[in-house]
Design a protein around this ligand. Structure first.
Ligand SMILES: [Zn+2]
Ligand SMILES: [Zn+2]
Length: 354
C-alpha cells in the first residue's frame, strides 16, 4: 500500500506546488482539510485537476477503517473523481492533456494475469484502489494511472460523471452479473446512490423493477426512475410482498444491512439469483442451505466494474438514457456530508466540488 500525503515544505517537481485535499489521519477522527504536496509522477501516471468527486459509502468505511482489509492513514479517500488531465509522466500516450477522465476504484491492475486478460481486471490480485490503497479524488488534484482512467465523453456533465464512476458502473455490472433479461422481475434493495441507478440499468436491460427501501421519499424517487412496484420494508415484509408478485428472478442487495440481504434472498423465486453488492460493516448473513439447493438459487458477489463497463455507462448517459440524482457540496462539508449519508438524509449522491 502506498499512501503519500507529504508535508508542504518541500519543493515539488510538479507544476502544482500544493493543493487542498481531505485527509484521513485517524479512523476515529473527522477528515482534515489540508494543504498537501503532489507526489512526483511515477511511470504511467498522470495528474488530474479534479472538477467533481462523489461520496460513496465505501469512502465512509475507508475513513472509519470498518472493513477487514484497512487502508493505512494518512490517505485521501475518493474513487469517483472526475477532472481534466494537466500533467503526464514521460511516455504516457493513452490520454492527452486536457482530456476529461474519471478515476474509478480500480486505480491500477497488472494487465497480464489471468483475470486481467479475461475481462476480469476487477479481480486482479495486484490491483490498487483509488482512495483506499492509493490516494483518491477528494482534493483539488489527484494522481492516477493513465491506463486505468476512463475518458468522459463530451456532453456528459462532470457532476453526473462522478457518481457514474462508482455507483453507476457498480450497479451496471451487478445487473450484467444478475443476467437480467426482458420481463424478469428485479428486486432492488436500497434506493440510494447505487439503487437509483440500479433501477435504471435493470429497466434498460428489460427488467420490471420492484424497489425496496425504508423511506417513502426514496421509494417515490424509485417510482419516478422506472420502478414498477415499491415496498417500504419498515411497514411490510419485503420478501412476502415480492413473493406475492411471483418472486424476483434477480435481487440486487445494495443496502448496508445484513438483514436486507436476507430479505433479498427471501424475495427470490425458484432459480433466482441474489447479487451481493453492498459491503456492510457487519460482515455476516445467514442463508439456508436446504432452500438454496432445492430452489436452485444462485448467490454471487459483484465488485465494481471494468473500464469497458464504465465506458458503456458513460455511453448510456451521453445518450440520455440515465438520470443521476445528486447534490453538489463543497469539499469543506465532507464531515457533515458523511454524517448525512450515515443518517440516510441524502436523496442519492453527494458530489463535492473541490
Ligand atoms: Zn464506491
Ligand atoms: Zn492482473
Amino acid at each position: 500500500m502506498s499512501t503519500t500525503v507529504t508535508p508542504t515544505d518541500k519543493a515539488s517537481k510538479s507544476a502544482v506546488s500544493t493543493y487542498r485535499a481531505a485527509v484521513v489521519r485517524d479512523f476515529n477522527a473527522p477528515l482534515a482539510i489540508e494543504q498537501v504536496q503532489p507526489p512526483a509522477l511515477e511511470p504511467g501516471q498522470l495528474r488530474v485537476k479534479v472538477e467533481a468527486s462523489g461520496l460513496c459509502h465505501t469512502d465512509i468505511h475507508a475513513a472509519h477503517g470498518d472493513w477487514p482489509v484497512k487502508p493505512s492513514p494518512p490517505f485521501i479517500p475518493g474513487h469517483e473523481g472526475v477532472g481534466t488531465v494537466t500533467e503526464l509522466a514521460p511516455g504516457v500516450s493513452d490520454v492527452a492533456i486536457g482530456d476529461r477522465v474519471a478515476m474509478p476504484w480500480l486505480g491500477y491492475a497488472c494487465g497480464t494475469c489471468d483475470y486481467c486478460v479475461s475481462g476480469w481486471e476487477t479481480l486482479c490480485l495486484q490491483q490498487k484502489n483509488m482512495g483506499y490503497s492509493i490516494n483518491g479524488g477528494f482534493g483539488e488534484y489527484a494522481t492516477a494511472y493513465a491506463r486505468y482512467v476512463v475518458k468522459v465523453p463530451s456532453g456528459v456533465d462532470p457532476i453526473d460523471a462522478a457518481p457514474l464512476t462508482c455507483a453507476g458502473v457498480t450497479t451496471y455490472k451487478a445487473v450484467k452479473v444478475a443476467g437480467t433479461r426482458s420481463s424478469d422481475l428485479v428486486a432492488v434493495f436500497g434506493v440510494g446512490g447505487l439503487g437509483h441507478l440500479a433501477i435504471q440499468y435493470a429497466t434498460i436491460a428489460g427488467g420490471r423493477v420492484v424497489a425496496v427501501d425504508l423511506i417513502d421519499e426514496k421509494l417515490k424517487l424509485a417510482h419516478e426512475l422506472g420502478a414498477e412496484f415499491t415496498v417500504n420494508a419498515s411497514r411490510e415484509d419485503p420478501a412476502e410482498a415480492i413473493q406475492k408478485l411471483g418472486g424476483a428472478d434477480q435481487a440486487i442487495a445494495l443496502a448496508v444491512s445484513p438483514r436486507a440481504f436476507e430479505q433479498a434472498y427471501g424475495s427470490l423465486r425458484r432459480g433466482g439469483t441474489l447479487v451481493f453488492v453492498a459491503l456492510p460493516a457487519d460482515n455476516n448473513v445467514t442463508l439456508p442451505i436446504f432452500e438454496t439447493v432445492l430452489n436452485g438459487i444462485t448467490v454471487v458477489g459483484s465488485i465494481v466494474g471494468t473500464r469497458t463497463d464504465l465506458r458503456e455507462v458513460f455511453e448510456l448517459h451521453a445518450a440520455g438514457k440515465t438520470s443521476v440524482i445528486r447534490e453538489v457540496r463543497s469539499l469543506d462539508q465532507i464531515n457533515e456530508s458523511i454524517a448525512d449519508v450515515e443518517a440516510g438524509r441524502v436523496a442519492a449522491r453527494i458530489v463535492f466540488r473541490p
